[in-house]
Write a protein that binds this ligand. Structure first.
Ligand code: NAD
Length: 505
């Protein structure tokens, strides 16, 4: 494909997905495809007044939506899932154009949206509270879950559609309205998602206006959302730097947050590991999505008895992996998102070298000229855990370090700021169980004989420490999108007080 055709191809795809062409021209925010660096649209951003007015309207929509029975709310999510199934190939391709993902990962992201819709539809009939034993005679105690309010979603470029859907599908089933600020690096997929949702809303028929809307803005627009008291919950996905700013600002006004921040994920390879399986899992975890997943494997601790074999197998994988334009090749590794990401990768590799690292790969590849940033993933042998290993660099760099004692490996794994995802490769039940125990991995996601990335929607997703502590998606993550009310009912004729307190007037 010539670079001149990508803009028109993108416009055509967006038209097919239902986005009005006026939204793509004459705006103040330029959108570039990382695949070749071409400017593919100029979209329109919202200012603070417009964003606040949109939140006011979302709050009005919430007041109506919370009265709609939850299973009926689930019907909207079901229709959205149907629309997504019809749009899967086109939306997946748009993800590839805007975020640079290879086709199976672009479509995989849309499949994740479909999966969360299925989950949320079922959930809409399962927003269970508890009945609790009460100490008082002729009383009943229970807890009830109620809708919360406006849910504001701030999302990152690297999962431009799935993260919104995780939040939106659950938030809607739970009776909330939704306002979304996507990453300024991926507004086109957001406009497409909104158009797809608008079709579901039209089929649904009687949802309140402005129930779920999107605005395009840079960071300042996100700040408006963060500071608006009508936003009951801010669900923010992005860097730890962003979370450090957003968390305290929302706390200041006693709003709620779900923070899904950076990861610095590690794997441990034990002497008994199934080496073939481990190499394949690590290769996907470390090189997949060009190292731009929050769950990307960034550090590897390999037992000294299998270190040489493991490093040799990984080197072969790193030197053999195909790197290319995801739009017109079957490469497994696509581009970095932009020049800043490339600079960060180069800086981290320099720092690794200065700390005694030996690098395989890591060189820039000329795929589509100077305006796009393709790199061979880097495998860096490090003498110990040091230097850039302590930070998340959002690029395909895997640091490998030898260990001799299992407890040391565990300690090194946990000795970083982030706490998102970790994995172990072992056939030894003692090592596996210790890894999963209270003294094992301190991450929100801990896997055995599976890599760090590629979570399913059924589990709660998120991490500890500098990853922010939030949980999204499956399990009981829905509770963060609702408020809990504890209710005690007296159906007797006396008024016994709890704890035996007497207060006779
Ligand atoms: P980023 O932090 O630069 O931006 C994320 C979003 O936050 C954008 O929409 C941005 O406009 C907004 N933002 C930034 N500062 C803000 C502020 N002060 N107030 C309000 N909004 C603000 O992140 P990115 O480069 O787009 O994404 C990569 C990062 O996201 C990585 O660190 C990655 O690990 C993380 N991430 C985490 C998860 C997770 O679930 N834990 C998932 C995806 C990405």
């Amino acid at each position: 494909m010539s670079s001149a055709s990508l803009r028109s191809q993108t416009a055509e795809l967006l038209g097919k997905l239902g986005v009005n062409s006026a939204a793509l021209e004459g705006g103040d925010l330029a959108v570039f495809s990382p695949t070749n660096g071409e400017k593919v649209a100029d979209v329109h951003t919202s200012n603070a007044d417009q964003i606040n007015a949109q939140i006011d309207k979302a709050h009005e929509a919430f007041k109506q939506w919370r009265t709609v029975p939850a299973p009926r709310r689930g019907e909207l999510v079901r229709l959205f899932g149907e629309e997504l199934r019809a749009a899967k190939a086109d939306l997946g391709r748009l993800v590839s154009i805007e975020a640079g993902k290879i086709p199976s990962e672009g479509e995989g992201e849309v499949q994740e949206m479909i999966d969360i819709c299925d989950f949320a539809v079922g959930l809409s009939r399962q927003l269970y509270g508890l009945t609790i034993a009460t100490e008082r005679p002729d009383h009943r105690m229970m807890e009830t879950w109620h809708p919360l309010g406006v849910v504001g979603i701030i999302s990152a470029f690297n999962f431009p559609v799935a993260v919104w859907s995780w939040n939106a599908a659950i938030a809607l089933a739970c009776g909330n309205s939704v306002v979304w600020k996507p990453s300024e690096k991926s507004p086109l997929t957001a406009l497409a998602c909104q158009a797809i949702m608008d079709r579901a809303l039209a089929r649904f028929g009687d949802a309140p206006d402005n129930l779920i809307t999107t605005f395009i803005a840079e960071r300042e627009g996100g700040e408006v959302l963060v500071d608006n008291k009508k936003v009951a919950l801010v669900s923010a996905t992005g860097s730890t730097r962003m979370g450090r700013q957003v968390g305290p600002r929302v706390a200041e006004r006693f709003g709620r947050t779900i923070l899904e921040l950076g990861g610095n994920n590690a794997g441990i390879v034990c002497p008994s590991a199934d080496m073939d399986m481990a190499v394949r899992a690590i290769a996907f975890g470390a090189m997949g999505t060009a190292g731009q997943r929050c769950t990307t494997t960034r550090r590897l601790f390999v037992h000294e008895s299998v270190y040489d074999d493991m490093v040799a197998a990984l080197k072969k994988a790193y030197l053999g992996v195909t790197i290319g334009d995801p739009l017109n090749s079957d490469a497994l590794v696509g581009p970095l998102i932009d020049k800043d990401a490339a600079n960060n990768m180069e800086k981290a590799l320099e720092a690794a070298k200065a700390s005694g690292g030996t690098i395989t790969g890591g060189e820039r590849m000329d795929v589509n000229g100077d305006a796009s940033y393709y790199y061979r993933p880097a495998l860096v042998e490090m003498p110990e855990q040091t230097g850039p290993m302590f930070e998340e660099t959002f690029a395909p760099i895997l640091y490998v370090t030898k260990y001799s004692d299992f407890d040391d490996a565990l300690e090194m794994q946990n000795d970083v700021g982030a706490g998102l995802s970790a994995c172990i490769f072992t056939l030894n039940v003692r090592e596996a169980e210790k890894f999963l125990s209270a003294v094992g991995s301190d991450c929100g996601i801990s896997n055995v004989n599976i890599g760090t990335s590629g979570a399913e929607i059924g589990g709660a997703f998120g991490g500890e420490k500098e990853t922010g502590g939030g949980r999204e998606s499956g399990s009981d993550a829905w509770k963060a999108y609702m408020r809990r009310s504890t209710n005690t009912v007296n159906y007797g004729t006396a008024l016994p007080l709890a704890q035996g307190v007497s207060f006779d007037i």
